[in-house]
Design a protein around this ligand. Sequence first.
Ligand code: UFG
Length: 330
Amino acid sequence: MLVTGGAGYIGSHTCIALIENGHSVVVADNLSNSNKDSIEKIKHLTSKEIPFYKIDVSDQQALENIFANHHIDGIIHLAGMKAVGESVEKPALYYTNNLVSTIMLVNACLKFNIKRFVFSSSATVYGENKVPFVETMDLLPPANPYGETKIMCERILTDIAKVNPAFSVSILRYFNPIGAHESGLIGEAPNGTPNNLMPYVTQVGRGKRQYLSIFGNDYLTVDGTGVRDYIHVMDLAEGHAAAIEHLTKGVHVYNLGTGQGTTVLQLVKAFEAANRVTIPYKIVDRRQGDIASCYADTSKAQRELGWTAKRDLLSMCRDAWRFEQNFQEA
Ligand code: UFG
């Protein structure tokens, strides 16, 4: 199995879940937002060899070199740029990177007769639909190029699968992955100031940042702060293994979430209780582009993949904190 973006946060956990399910894994990653150390840690945790290629997956020659050297029976395509704010500032970069890499990989699949393809999409494609989000809903364009690239890639894959009946595609719409591998060895280590809630909270927890800014408390939610469907990254990773196991011809779309909505304040309180640390916070203005509530209807993944998220919010908070304490530089 080729995992693109396999050195990253979701990718590294996915490699572990795939190996635990009996797959051999080859990783391609340009390390633009990750570190090769994570590959060493996966090897350590799984006692398996992982061939690693530091390449851009949009580099056709480099990609074909991998197919020449390894028997690849499927691709899990996680490589991509994912910062919403940056995508608004650098749309050309986002469209080029996220679209070209996907197209190159699909062309390689057709050329080398690789029939299984899993694509990492996002709940962002639902825009401001009514929660819970169901796979059959019409997609609403999110107001940023990052979200547009996810919708476009979904459409590209759907069109190509339609005329290549042997090609099987699983599109996974992630909700909000947080937490870390239970070992505390791998986790989310963003460069610079974190954009996302949990890495910000853990950095406040150890005093690297003074306080958390909570973006708005005037949403129509139980306590006014935004609701999200936080999912343990290992549950998300296991969702990929389930998607590969159950892949059949055609295009299949699945939500990977827990189905539970949690507000920002609830998450902060859960983190404090789980880890006995205090997270000072201030309420500030809403962040542009945020929606009030986002959580999944998870019944399709349960029904068709036999997969549900197993780990609770307490484990997510504990595991995120364990990783932060073990491995972050001061
Ligand atoms: N939040 C804060 N303070 C922070 C960071 C976040 O209050 O410092 C709040 C946000 O307003 C939101 C919640 O915490 O209510 C979660 O925010 P994240 O940035 O962690 O996650 P988002 O839901 O905004 O974004 C995530 C992914 C995107 C994806 C989106 C939709 O990061 O890639 O989910 O699925 F597009």
